[in-house]
Design a protein around this ligand. Sequence first.
Ligand SMILES: [Zn+2]
Length: 309
Amino acid sequence: MSRVLKSGSNQITCTYAAHCASVAAGKAWAKGVDVVKYKSQIDKITAHSAGRVLRTVDYLSGTNGIIDRAGMGYGNYVMLLHDNNYVTLYAHLESVYVREGQTVAQGDEIGLMGNTGNSFGAHLHFELRKYKSNPCGNLHDLSAFEWLDPTDYLDTALPSSDSSSPASVGNSVKSVKAGAKIKLSDVSVYGSESGKSIGTRSGTYYVWSDEVRNGRVRMTNSAARVGVYGQVSFWVSIDDIALSESNAETVKPAPSPAAEKTYTVRAGDSLWAIAAKQLGNGGRYKEIMSLNGLKDDVIYAGQILKMPQ
Ligand SMILES: [Zn+2]
């Protein structure tokens, strides 16, 4: 029985080998399998395995509110993060039923098969990816993951636990509290604005806030800077954080100055919608972008935005 179609069995219309050949020939970018319900019928798409919704794009109906430039070609899609840093990706959907950050069980309906993006006829483009330590919603970062052949897993469970660190499926982060003092030992760190790798750090740092974004926690280098906007900070994969004994010593996050208004992004928000609701004028989204140094309109659930007065 298919784990990605609600009813009916899988019919593969384009194999993994054919995808790989297209990529090798420079004609395509992504490796996966194309699936329809038997006799080319469409079907609802179901979560292959339990996990968390890492990313959704639904730019036709605008539930995400953003045009996903990085995802061009996939149309509307859903990425799910599973145990052991496996990610499944479901592309060309007609509609998306889930929101970023949401937890799903195996078999939950996550969307409807469709023909969006670079697609000629309704089908599901299904990918299986194995991410390294920091699963992220960046589709194109080939250094962050490898593709696996999903064919054998269309009807069966993903490989069970391996030697990799626990996946960040909404549990391991609970012990990471704002202000916790943590010793880092040569861990990879990522820029607070760009999210790009900025090398490694060792030494004592503090958790900047409880916020977890894409499996990463924001850290800062001084107790006085915990929770203070605009201060030096960077992101570390929660998988890379080893809590030291000294983490009992937790400093209180600085209260946000009363003058500073912030807004925490919820799944499904867009900058325009936030501006419309919070500032009474959708067109003021540009002020939010410049105030927060955003270079594009991509925002994440859980992100804290400074708001214009
Ligand atoms: Zn495909």
